[in-house]
Design a binder for this molecule. Sequence first.
Ligand SMILES: Nc1ncnc2c1ncn2[C@@H]1O[C@H](COP(=O)(O)OP(=O)(O)OP(=O)(O)O)[C@@H](O)[C@H]1O
Length: 248
Amino acid sequence: MNSIVVKDLHKTYAGALVPSLQGLSFAFEEGRMVGLLGPNGAGKTTTISILCGLVKAGSGHVQIFDLPQDAAHREAIKRAIGVVPQQIALFPQLTALENLRYFGNLYGFKGKPLLQKIHHYLELFGLEKAASKEVGRFSGGMKRRANIIAAILHSPRLLVLDEPTAGVDVQSRSMILQFLRDYNRQGNSVLYTSHLLEEAQQLCEDVVIIDEGKMVVQGSPAALIQQHPHSRNLEDVFLHYTGHAVRD
Ligand SMILES: Nc1ncnc2c1ncn2[C@@H]1O[C@H](COP(=O)(O)OP(=O)(O)OP(=O)(O)O)[C@@H](O)[C@H]1O
């Protein structure tokens, strides 16, 4: 079975006094919908960035499906992953269509097939009418939805999203979650971070809770709740493992 593996990752950013990751390990099988959860500063974004090749680990390794981590497979790994960063990664002065054409071109798609794909997703995400509008004039929810389209035009087998539903309106959130469910049902793997534990409990087959750069616990929300008789939900489980102290 193909897996996504994060093994003994260590990372200390240049100039930082404390490590961001301290031997973080977890793994999940292809086709799973997984939530990467943790308090502020736990290392979620750092982990995702290393997994996607955007940040270099100090030590440890990641494995994406059966693809060897070498220069010969760099392109294949890049094509296997779609990344939706926390910050909107679109050009505000370009229209949605221009932005998406640009991102499609980066993956070698062009012409009519690319346009068809873009229009399919614009419609799916309720953005068809805004195709010719500058992204800088989009609402927050519209930007989030367009940001996701930019990451899926090349049909990645693994979709990684950093807080895709943070601060979005209810309708956008519902649309994004429905898309993630459908994309996962098509056999794709989804790894997403969130601070919204109720959402993660409903969406994810598996959650990985990390804290201070280490894995704390992994399992299905239902199993984790059952293991802790005093926990009514995933939030209780989360607080059990990460404590009640506020993180800044
Ligand atoms: N570029 C950087 N340079 C120095 N330190 C960094 C950098 N990026 C992150 N850190 C530090 O690494 C630790 C982990 O940060 P990271 O963003 O990975 O956590 P997170 O779990 O995603 O947090 P949040 O939930 O707040 O987004 C934090 O202490 C953060 O301050």
